[in-house]
Design a binder for this molecule. Structure first.
Ligand SMILES: [Cu+2]
Length: 427
């Protein structure tokens, strides 16, 4: 019998045998973050403590959006929800023992990432009978990155809806976060864009399961240029789940970053995808390498129900389609670089809201160094040009790139896209 058909049959049998009336009280709780102010055409990234359900119970579903101070939804074209990550403080994370924060420093407290969404607005809905356990005394934190597309400052809140079960015993799930740049608040990499149409650029991460059980739900996060995120079990025979992006969401103007998917496929199913203790899991993030894509991510969050797994049990989520070619978007420079043309220099400074030399001409093969000297963080990010690259956000220290291909590199700071730009011509 084909594996997927057997999986469907097992799922149907389990659905039929589920005790009726097992669901007790499930409440929908709507909570809000503290106000977050974002400067004109700016980015707000930080962490704050947020409210959590004040009784013992279990999270069975969750979603989040951005609202104004009156509680009205704020469209993505005004304030873009780049990403929000909800964490439980003083709980160990399944795949990370410590984190590097937005400031580049190790986080002082252990936290467990249990829900996240980005432009794709994933909402969590665990299968019936499963819940993420939570105590009244548990402390939640919110890691956020929001972008303001207006010329004036804006103050918003992150509103989150928690579907919360109390007074019933659910099978507990543990969130398992897989990330090709794991354990960072800003887990970015860049796609060079030096291949032809459809040529893939792939990054992956491996994780060995410390126990047996089932993945009962999952969601994924990619950025512009994404083809697919695939979870496979290399010990057991292959693909478990592939998340595919959908394109064509609302397009905020001015375009301050390459738009991400409007949706990523998710799954939620019981009994779920079996994995065994010691299995070698791999998450592969595949992007199209026909054009540069900077500051991209490859993340999958899975919800794991520990338990014994039959030796022969196997299952996978049937593909929901084939990867679509992502739309090509050339990111404009939102400010024309000014000043004298600096020829054959080997570096410059990056200060608060300006690059030292904004117009640079160098020879092919030059390794160029940006020295960060500001009072706030900045980065160097390619907007368009022959090869994609980007630095981490930095306040001190330096970043280097060796220019091996001639052409015009339009660069900017992704945190201050309307203020900080630079053009490097390589000949
Ligand atoms: Cu900046």
């Amino acid at each position: 019998m084909p594996r997927t058909l057997r999986f469907v049959l097992v799922a149907m049998l389990l659905a039929l045998s589920a005790p009726s009336g097992a669901l007790a009280a499930v409440n929908t709780i709507v909570l809000q973050s503290s106000p977050i102010t974002i400067g004109p055409f700016g980015v707000a990234r930080d962490v704050q403590r947020v409210d959590s359900p004040a009784v013992d119970g279990a999270v069975v579903g969750m979603s989040a959006d951005v609202v104004d101070l009156a509680g009205n939804p704020v469209p993505n074209a005004h304030v873009m929800l780049h990403h929000v990550v909800f964490v439980k403080v003083l709980h160990p994370d399944y795949t990370c023992s410590s984190f590097t924060g937005y400031d580049g420093l190790p986080s002082p407290l252990p936290v467990e990432r249990f829900y996240a969404e980005g432009e794709e607005h994933m909402s969590l809905a665990l299968p019936d009978g499963y819940g993420y356990p939570n105590k009244a005394s548990d402390v939640w934190g919110l890691v956020y990155m929001l972008m303001n597309h207006h010329a004036h400052a804006d103050t918003v809140r992150v509103r989150y809806t928690v579907r919360y079960a109390t007074g019933e015993s659910l099978r507990p799930v543990t969130p398992v976060w897989l990330d090709v740049r794991n354990c960072r608040a800003d887990p970015i990499f860049s796609v060079p864009g030096t291949g032809g149409p459809w040529s893939p650029y792939e990054q992956h991460v491996d994780f060995t399961m410390p126990e047996s059980g089932f993945f009962v739900a999952g969601g994924a996060h990619m950025h512009g240029g994404g083809l697919q995120l695939e979870l496979s079990d290399r010990s057991w025979g292959g693909r478990l789940f592939t998340s595919l992006p959908t394109w064509g969401g609302e397009m905020p103007t001015p375009m301050m970053h390459e738009p991400g998917p409007s949706q990523m496929t998710t799954f939620s199913t019981a009994p779920g995808l079996p994995v065994r203790r010691g299995d070698a899991l791999r998450l592969s993030a595949r992007y199209e390498n026909a054009a540069p894509h900077t500051r991209v991510m490859g993340i999958m969050i899975l919800y794991f129900s520990p338990g014994s797994v039959d030796d022969l049990a196997s299952a996978s989520i049937p593909p929901t389609g084939v990867p679509q070619r992502p739309p090509f978007m050339r990111l404009p420079l939102l400010r024309q670089p000014r000043g004298p043309l600096a020829r054959n220099i080997r570096g410059t400074w990056v200060g608060d809201y300006a690059f030292g030399s904004q117009r640079v001409s160098i020879r092919r093969g030059t390794t160029f160094t940006w020295r960060f000297v500001g009072a706030v963080q900045h980065d160097v990010t390619l907007a368009s040009g022959p090869v994609g690259f980007a630095s981490q956000s930095l306040q001190r220290g330096s970043y280097r790139h060796r220019f091996t291909r001639p052409g015009t590199y339009r660069l900017y700071c992704s945190l201050h896209p309307t203020r900080m730009t630079q053009i490097v011509t390589v000949h």
